[in-house]
Write a protein that binds this ligand. Structure first.
Ligand SMILES: *[C@@H]1O[C@H](CO)[C@@H](O)[C@H](O)[C@H]1NC(C)=O
Ligand SMILES: *[C@@H]1O[C@H](CO)[C@@H](O)[C@H](O)[C@H]1NC(C)=O
Ligand SMILES: *[C@@H]1O[C@H](CO)[C@@H](O)[C@H](O)[C@H]1NC(C)=O
Ligand SMILES: *[C@@H]1O[C@H](CO)[C@@H](O)[C@H](O)[C@H]1NC(C)=O
Ligand SMILES: *[C@@H]1O[C@H](CO)[C@@H](O)[C@H](O)[C@H]1NC(C)=O
Ligand SMILES: *[C@@H]1O[C@H](CO)[C@@H](O)[C@H](O)[C@H]1NC(C)=O
Ligand SMILES: *[C@@H]1O[C@H](CO)[C@@H](O)[C@H](O)[C@H]1NC(C)=O
Length: 355
């Protein structure tokens, strides 16, 4: 009886916590009524209370493909003014946030290509360049709030009309995760891949921070593996990679190395977070141990994933200078390892210095 009461209490607590620190804005939506997304359960607000300029549009119906999120069906477009800003209040200054914009042109005005910039306050900007009206573009950063509000601005660069389809903010309360996000550096998402035959994107509610984990097409030299047993997150593991993401992985189809290439530009610093959990219960005499090399330089020695429990490797990489287009990552078994390397998920972020 006692345990039942305890479970009831836990369920209530989870309900209250759900989507805490989320701001989810469906741009260009008419009216003032929020709705719950049928896929994620996330509650989206119309954008009128965050901005007072711009014009609402619906995408051209011929671009309503399956697989596009419902937030992409409307957008707000800014024909006037060089800078139009969304203001999001209630931000905790000094805390970390994930900020994500969605851009889906859908031929709403019949005018592509279009290019503009998105600015976060005065501190930095990113170009948005849309050549094909059916491109679904997510732009995402993690940043430390400089103030108690965020100002997200669409800036006209005389290459067409800026627009936005959705804007999402997620508070990342823990100080113990994404430590490379600092007062002076934000991280720009390049890739967040769920390796090992994932069928679809995984995000909230599986992911408490609502990161979007995208399926990664397994090359033929790799093999997919999966776990029917749940993967645990150890207490204090603030990465909180969803169990569903951790439950699939890749391993060499043949041999003892996993090799892949990451190209983010030359001579730049970027961050790579790799996530691991072993699916094999190893005997006393067995082990799975591997080294991690970047451009043949040893970065991590004799790494051992834990059985059914998430562990992580965080790397800071300076990409090779010169004409090299990509850096070579190699996970390779140490001599004497009974099993080849695995990789359950990987994230790659560029650095944006704030100024
Ligand atoms: C949206 O979901 C919340 C939480 O589950 C619920 O309280 C609310 O009634 C739902 N709103 C609508 C319009 O369905
Ligand atoms: C919608 O897009 C199609 C294909 O690009 C085009 O033929 C059609 O004229 C567009 N409709 C409107 C209302 O703009
Ligand atoms: C944009 O500016 C034009 C010309 O000044 C005006 O006619 C139009 O109403 C404005 N549109 C919006 C959405 O403010
Ligand atoms: C947008 O991308 C296209 C194709 O990559 C390129 O030709 C064009 O110069 C870019 N425009 C801007 C404004 O960056
Ligand atoms: C898990 O692996 C088994 C054995 O290889 C395979 O039959 C099954 O389809 C996989 N399941 C998923 C969800 O990938
Ligand atoms: C695995 O590698 C060995 C040695 O290179 C080769 O003989 C064998 O054909 C490979 N098997 C597969 C399935 O690729
Ligand atoms: C961000 O921009 C604001 C306003 O220009 C400035 O006061 C602040 O110092 C900047 N932050 C950083 C980290 O450069």
């Amino acid at each position: 009886m006692r345990s039942l009461i305890f479970l009831g209490f836990l369920a209530v607590a989870l309900q209250v916590n759900a989507q805490q620190g989320f701001v989810s804005i469906d741009c260009g939506m008419d009216g003032s009524t929020s709705y719950n997304d049928t896929v994620t359960g996330i509650k989206y607000d119309p954008d009128a209370k965050y901005i007072n300029s711009g014009v609402n549009y619906k995408i051209n119906k011929t671009f309503l493909e399956t697989g596009i999120p419902v937030q992409a069906e409307t957008l707000r477009s800014f024909p006037n003014g060089s800078r139009n800003c969304y203001t999001i209040n209630g931000i905790i200054q000094g805390d970390k946030y994930l900020i994500r914009g969605l851009f889906f042109h859908g031929n709403y005005d019949g005018r592509t290509p279009v290019a503009f910039e998105i600015h976060l306050g005065m501190n930095f900007s990113r170009p948005v360049n849309i050549t094909d009206p059916s491109d679904l573009i997510w732009g995402e950063i993690m940043t430390v709030a400089q103030d108690n509000s965020f100002s997200v601005c669409l800036v006209n660069i005389n290459s067409g009309t800026p627009f936005i389809s959705a804007l999402e903010l997620r508070h990342i309360g823990s100080k113990d995760v994404y430590k490379d996000v600092t007062q002076t550096n934000s991280l720009l998402l390049y890739a967040r891949a769920n390796t090992g035959d994932a069928a679809q994107d995984i995000r909230y509610p599986d992911d408490a921070y609502d990161r979007i984990w995208e399926p990664f097409v397994t090359p033929t030299v790799w093999a997919d593996i999966n776990s029917s047993q749940p993967i645990r997150t150890s207490p204090g593991d603030a990465f909180q990679v969803p169990a569903a993401v951790m439950a699939t992985a890749v391993t060499p189809a043949n041999g003892t190395s996993l090799t892949f290439y990451v190209g983010v530009g030359t001579g730049v610093v970027y961050y790579v977070y790799m996530h691991f959990a072993d699916f094999n219960a190893l005997s006393q005499t067995e082990n799975r141990m591997f080294d991690v090399f970047v451009n043949d330089e040893l970065k991590v020695s004799s790494f051992k994933p834990e059985y059914l429990q998430s562990t992580h490797i965080s790397l800071s990489v300076t990409s090779a200078p010169g004409t090299e287009v990509a850096d070579k990552f190699t996970l390779t078994s140490t001599s004497g390892s009974s099993f080849p390397p695995i990789l359950n998920a990987i994230e790659v972020y560029g650095v944006i210095p704030l100024q």
